[in-house]
Design a protein around this ligand. Structure first.
Ligand SMILES: Cc1cc2nc3c(=O)[nH]c(=O)nc-3n(C[C@H](O)[C@H](O)[C@H](O)COP(=O)(O)O)c2cc1C
Length: 206
């Protein structure tokens, strides 16, 4: 085994530390967040930190990097109008999805510089990503500042879900591999799982 002490980790080369710390906890979700400014400029960006926070009420959270140095258009738009969409990445759009992490000016929509297409459903203000197999309409609930590194946990409530029928199993489970939805490790590694094994609900001593 290779061992890194607390001091070793602090002394690591910056890029090596970013890659190491970003991949040491395992696979993450792969989604695009769609927003629109009050001026009407659409925005889409890749996020790998979207997590389930509870099912009743149905809450999802994501971690936002500090906004002090680089303004984050996703965050600014969410704060402007309180609504956003979460769209699962799928095999064919991995390259374009990854490119949305480039720091574009707020006046440039990532939809105009990639092959990602906007889709508007039921007069919902922010854009969905066309053909994404899982599309989630969200409303902003609260933000929690993490003092130690100025990141924020953005908490939102699911307002509506738009799903590819073939992925939905009888008990509500979504079969992500049927939609060829990737998972992200580190900052830049995308893989598509092929199989899974669902386990039974566990009771003590059984
Ligand atoms: C694979 C990947 C995952 C990312 N996940 C996050 C994330 O969870 N939180 C975050 O703040 N930025 C994340 N980013 C960075 C944003 O995509 C990047 O800051 C982007 O420019 C934000 O766009 P915006 O300014 O339009 O909001 C990620 C980037 C990549 C490549």
């Amino acid at each position: 085994m290779i061992h890194y002490s607390e001091e070793d980790i602090e002394d690591l080369d910056k890029v090596f530390r970013i890659n190491l710390v970003n991949s040491c906890t395992g696979y993450k979700s792969a989604n695009l967040i769609g927003t629109k400014s009050n001026e009407g400029i659409p925005n889409v960006a890749v996020f790998s930190s979207i997590v389930h926070l509870g099912s009743n009420p149905p809450l999802l959270g994501f971690f936002l990097r500090p906004t002090e140095i680089f303004p984050r258009n996703t965050y600014t738009n969410i704060k402007e109008n309180g609504v956003y969409t979460i769209n699962s990445i799928y095999r064919e759009i991995i390259d374009d999805s990854h490119h949305t992490s480039a720091k574009y000016d707020k006046n440039i929509s990532e939809f105009s510089v990639t092959n990602l297409e906007e889709e508007y459903i039921n007069k919902i203000y922010p854009p969905f990503v066309k053909n994404s197999p899982i599309k989630i309409e969200m409303k902003f609930i609260e933000e929690i500042k993490i003092k130690v590194n100025k990141c924020k946990l953005i908490v939102g409530k699911i307002v509506s879900l738009h799903l590819e029928k073939k992925m939905l199993e009888k008990d509500g489970f979504l079969s992500l591999n049927k939609g060829e939805i990737p998972t992200i490790s580190g900052c830049d590694a995308y893989s598509i799982p092929e199989d899974y094994d669902r386990k039974k609900y566990q009771k003590p001593n059984k």
